[in-house]
Design a protein around this ligand. Structure first.
Ligand SMILES: Cc1ncc(COP(=O)(O)O)c(C=O)c1O
Length: 372
């Protein structure tokens, strides 16, 4: 797939600015699903096996995009399932922000309660940004791991993984990359665990999760939730073997091959187009959103520096403006997420001029009716 074909593949209705909630499936993912469903319905062993081959393909593509080894990539049902694999295997202090998506906060709280061996060290950043400075000040001798989102679901803040690594030394860095993987460039080598899912920015649908475990993570994280798929060799019957030494230990059962086929297809598109191109284009689209917000004087919570944001631009209107702004967006056919007084606007690379014009019109209509 070349750049032009990639841009043309965003073939949904104008007005969709909610890629941070759900990414409408790409045409290549849709046609892969149809073809694979037919093969799985054929009753021919060769057809069934062919779909199974997407497992290795997906892991290799993930490894390529992460700059890692396919052995260290384990497919998962979801981001949260991958994070559970990592967090339940920890011991000692785990630092994270209270503002994180519940994939981290709930998982960490449940794991701490169940195991009794994890000490939660909560950060409470005023603006929701987990900066290296904040982490540096909060670290203690007991901190063993720091968990953070690559791109924050609420504010759109993009974490600086390289700087976080510098600050935490050789403690574990666990990254929830759901809102950034396949959308922005990131220094994954600075992390120890990276988890994500393909149903937003990758346009692959649900069930397309993954987790990468680097060397340090494999040494220090126990595969507490390891299932029968997490062993060397074939089906472990009669005798129960140890979990395998690779990242496959952090799996429970066989993956959904149809989901994996969707993931592999979406990853191939991203790899072919290039994450550097996607990042640069996405940055332009979010800058367009910020432009209209500024023009109509709607406060923006997301950092303005391109390297500190991704595809999420969060508007923070005055309390009395939230309802009218949300109504104007809806009336203009714009889909966004409105939550806790914030309006999250999430374009993708293929968000066209027609959608941005509708967005601008919605803000103009809201602005002209606004009572100062
Ligand atoms: C930062 C972040 N992490 C995790 C999730 C949930 O991921 P999953 O459904 O793959 O568990 C979301 C969903 O919005 C998210 O924004």
């Amino acid at each position: 797939m070349d750049l032009e074909a990639y841009l043309a593949s965003f073939d949904g209705e104008p007005g969709y600015l909610d890629w941070a909630a759900f990414g409408p499936l790409s045409p290549s993912v849709r046609s892969e699903v149809h073809a694979d469903a037919e093969l799985l319905g054929s009753g021919r062993r060769a057809g069934i096996d062919l779909i199974g081959e997407h497992v290795l393909e997906a892991r290799e593509l993930l490894a390529e995009l992460l700059g890692a080894d396919a052995e260290q990539v384990a497919l998962q049902p979801s981001t949260t399932a991958g994070l559970m694999q990592a967090i339940y295997g920890l011991a000692g202090g785990l630092m994270l922000s209270r503002g994180e998506f519940p994939s981290l906060t709930v998982t960490a709280t449940r794991a701490a309660a169940a195991l009794g061996s994890i000490d939660l060290q909560w950060l409470e950043p005023e603006n929701g940004f987990v900066t290296p400075e904040l982490v540096r000040e909060a670290l203690t001798g007991d901190t063993r791991a720091v968990a953070v989102s690559l791109v924050d679901f609420r504010t759109g803040y993009r974490a600086d993984l390289t700087a976080l690594r510098d600050v935490i030394g050789d403690r574990l860095l666990i990254v929830d990359a759901m809102q950034g993987f396949g959308a922005v460039e990131a220094d994954y080598a600075a992390a120890d665990v990276v988890c994500g899912n393909g149903y937003k920015w990758l346009r692959a649908g649900r069930g397309t999760g993954f987790a990468w475990f680097g060397e340090r993570a494999l040494e220090r994280i126990a595969p507490v939730l390891s299932g029968w798929a997490g062993v060397d060799g074939d089906l472990p019957v009669d005798l129960v073997p140890q979990p395998t030494a690779s990242a496959q230990a952090f799996t429970v059962s066989r993956p959904d091959h149809l989901a994996v086929a969707r993931l592999a297809t979406a990853l191939r598109d991203v790899r072919d187009v290039g994450i550097d191109y996607i990042d640069a284009e996405l940055s332009e689209r979010s800058r367009d959103v910020i432009f209209f917000a500024d023009r109509y004087e709607v406060p923006v919570l997301t950092p303005r520096e391109p390297e500190r944001r991704g595809g999420i631009v969060t508007l923070a209107p005055a309390v009395q403006d939230v309802g009218p702004l949300a109504a104007s967006l809806a009336n203009h056919g714009i889909t966004v997420t409105v939550r806790s007084g914030l309006v999250r606007v999430a374009p993708h690379v293929g968000t066209g001029a027609d959608t941005l014009r509708l967005f601008g019109d919605a803000l103009a209509a809201f602005s002209s009716a606004r009572v100062w």
